[in-house]
Design a protein around this ligand. Structure first.
Ligand code: 5GP
Length: 364
């Protein structure tokens, strides 16, 4: 299905450290192995293992985080992840990552995010539009330039819009979560648009983060929550009552949760391969994507962790198309509708709609 690759796509649920190329992880592991800091053969086995339960996935993240501790590596992986998404025609990417403090590397949460932003800015294979329209000084000269540099300089190079969400890990304290929200607010002019709550769903209480999440929303940041990755009826209900702008996963919803979700129209970030690989859903046919799609509920197909689950956004579209027996036109519509759920301003949405409209002409 070549068209899954060539059609424009929108990625709204991608964790930076879950989206690293295997080749890069192996290279980083080999370098640490050579220095005698880790046992390379053991780490290699963990990286290349394919079937992992949810618990094993979080163990793998601990290994990945050991390999990606310094600023230079963080910059490198951010660059590569954006390049990889752009190479499969993702035209808008919301990348999320957990700001990390690491004294031994002289790393603060701020310097970590700066390293990520530097990586995104250093992409050269494609034009990257990272700065929000209202913050781009070029717009003072020509209101169309920041969002549509193609029109300003006659440039027809491929372009990807990128925005950053800062994640709160469920192992953090309320204070640490608040620090992340404050950082997101301070870095809004650099491309940070929202907050995500993620991390091992079997750990911690989501209410620990409620003050930070409420503050984020009051201050105008967008909020998305990992919701219903494990059975936890009360937490799911409370999360839906919070009315986040989007949720991710929704695997263990009960009747009352579906009712609430559908009545509130909260868009769902659907991660098919991730849910199947972690055994959160038994098969694609049994996946709630089918019902939500048929009910015309707002949803967007996403990769979650393209590196960890060896997938790509094109592959997610391919899987969805074959499981529902959907054709090229319907998948294109699904992709185009994702634009409505992005955490960016209307200027970006308008340009993305234009990109989809001109791509639609090739469908006919
Ligand atoms: P990072 O935030 O370090 O860039 O990306 C990896 C982190 O994202 C993991 O340590 C974890 O906190 C979060 N993450 C990645 N995939 C998942 C997932 O499927 N579920 C949840 N709840 N968190 C995830």
């Amino acid at each position: 299905m070549e068209w899954c690759m060539s059609m424009p796509k929108v990625e709204l649920h991608a964790h930076l450290n879950g989206s690293i190329r295997d080749s890069t992880l192996l290279e980083l592991a080999r370098a640490l192995g050579d220095k005698g800091l880790i046992d390379f053969s053991q780490v290699e086995h963990v990286i290349l293992k394919n079937d992992r339960s949810l618990t094993e996935v979080f163990k793998l993240f601990d290994v990945i985080h050991i390999l990606t501790t310094d600023h230079m590596t963080v910059t490198r992986i951010a660059k590569e992840v954006v390049e990889d998404f752009a190479s499969e025609n993702v035209v808008y990417l919301e990348l999320r990552t957990t700001p990390k403090k690491n004294d031994s590397q002289g790393m603060s949460k701020r310097s970590y995010v700066e390293a990520v932003l530097e990586g995104i800015r250093s992409v050269s294979s494609v034009d990257v539009a990272l700065i929000p329209y209202t913050e781009d000084p070029r717009n003072l000269l020509d209101p169309l330039c920041g969002a549509t540099n193609d029109k300003c300089n006659g440039n027809s190079r491929k372009k990807i819009f990128v925005r950053l969400l800062l994640s709160i890990d469920r192992r953090e304290t309320t204070e640490s979560a608040m620090e992340t929200v404050e950082l997101a607010l301070e870095m809004g002019h650099l491309g940070v648009v929202g907050i995500d709550l993620s991390g091992n769903p079997k750990v911690g209480e989501w209410k620990t983060y409620l003050p930070a999440l409420k503050f984020a929303r009051e201050q105008g940041l967008f909020v998305t929550l990992h919701c219903g990755e494990v059975p936890n009826s009360k937490e799911i209900q409370d999360m839906l009552d919070f009315l986040p702008q989007r949720i991710g996963h929704a695997c263990f919803f009960e009747e009352e949760h579906w009712r609430k979700l559908k009545s509130t129209n909260i868009p769902v970030e659907i991660c098919l391969t991730s849910n199947i690989r972690t055994l959160s859903v038994s098969s694609i046919d049994a996946h709630h994507f089918v019902d939500l799609y048929n009910a015309k509920h707002p949803l967007v197909l996403c990769t979650d962790d393209s590196g960890v689950f060896s997938t790509s956004l094109s592959n997610e579209y391919k899987i969805a198309a074959s499981s529902l027996g959907l054709g090229r036109k319907q998948m294109f519509e699904l992709s185009k509708n994702s634009v409505e759920f992005i955490f960016a301003d209307n200027v970006v949405k308008d340009e993305l709609r234009e990109i989809f409209n001109s791509a639609a002409k090739n469908l006919e």
